[in-house]
Design a protein around this ligand. Sequence first.
Ligand code: PFF
Length: 442
Amino acid sequence: MAKRNQWATGIGFILATAGSAIGLGNLWKFPYLMGKNGGFWFLIIYLVFILVLGLPVMVTEMSLGRYTQKSPVSAYRSVGKKATVIGVLGVLVAFLILSYYSVIGGWILKYIESYAVTFQAVDFGSYIASPVEPIVWHFVFMALACLLCYKGAKSIEKASKFLMPLLFIFIVIIAVRSVTLPGAWQGLEFMFAPSADSFSFGSITAALGQVFYSLSLAMGITVTYGSYLNKKNSIPKDCAVVAGLDTGAAVLAGIAIFPAVFAFGLEPAQGPSLIFGTLPKVFESFAGGSIFAIIFFILMLFAAVTSGIALLETVVSYTIDDLHWSRRKSILIVGLAVFLLGIPSSLSFGVLGDITILNYSIFDFMGMLTDNILLPVGGLLMCIYIGWFWQPGKLIAEMEAEGMKFRLKKAWLWCIRTVTPALILVVTILGFIDVYQKIAGV
Ligand code: PFF
């Protein structure tokens, strides 16, 4: 077997993994889920889940990648024929997620255009309800992701070392502006002081799904990254740093948004429109705000594109490896299929708004299906398979390669065998009960 390329530096690896993890999940989805699910308690549960569920799963996937030196589906196949389904499930979820991820990417493109042409944001509500333009921008986003995926990601990796830290700086600036607005303290209270307003079982399910989504787990991507990781790197340490950066970015995005939401009297539980309605008001509140807005949305687009490429690559590499398609054919077919699948999600904000599946709009249904069902089920199957039907000791040996010590190995084993699968199971079932009660109106 040819030796796989490896990351040249430890920090390069961490930045690349963080670059794929940090995306719309942190900047757009985390604040809106938090707004919908009771603020403080959602945050606390999210943080606990990162520790007892996100990190153990991430460590498992990354060590599996380095141990097998293979791409996800082959990696799972090599630990057992039945485990192949876990890898294939991950590919399917990446495909589904990308379809609506790209719709949001299209919204960002529209904001950039709108600020560049008129120096202000577009009227968000009527824009996303229109039948044609959002689909055109969704197409442009997908075309961009396909093109960059085809060209290879070398220059993106280089750019990401500079642009991702810049994005952090911009979010910090927005957060500072946001918390200094009159009435901002209510937003900080919403995030950091206990109150249980809109909290339900569904909120716990949402936090669980978001941990998988935000850390890019159960989609094979961490297995792929692990397969390129140098044996000298400490897997648990690297995972902790990536999870820390990812969580930091999400919390920071919350601090940038909620004080402004309350200061401007907006609705924290409004859903996917939250940051698109709030940020323009923050930008209006300082001199040169529209120039700042253009740069910010370009940086956000960059974060979305890097994550979009990672999602696309997951599906593309599967079709190349298993269906023996050429790279060109694969990118064209997968890109087109993702684009077509995203159209109903986009239209569900307008002409298809009345269509519901289990009381969800098409867009919300796709999110629920991927985040609250398929990702947790993938994580659950992986923990059970690796923990009980395979030899997790092999992964411990992998983490302790080159004389490294994995101090938390007992805790890790305990998590992936018991705590993590039990939590996923209980939370997912509670989530189903919540959905059922909402549908039945009880
Ligand atoms: N973790 C990314 C986000 O939070 O936006 C989404 C994602 C990117 C998931 C890449 C999976 C992936 F392979």
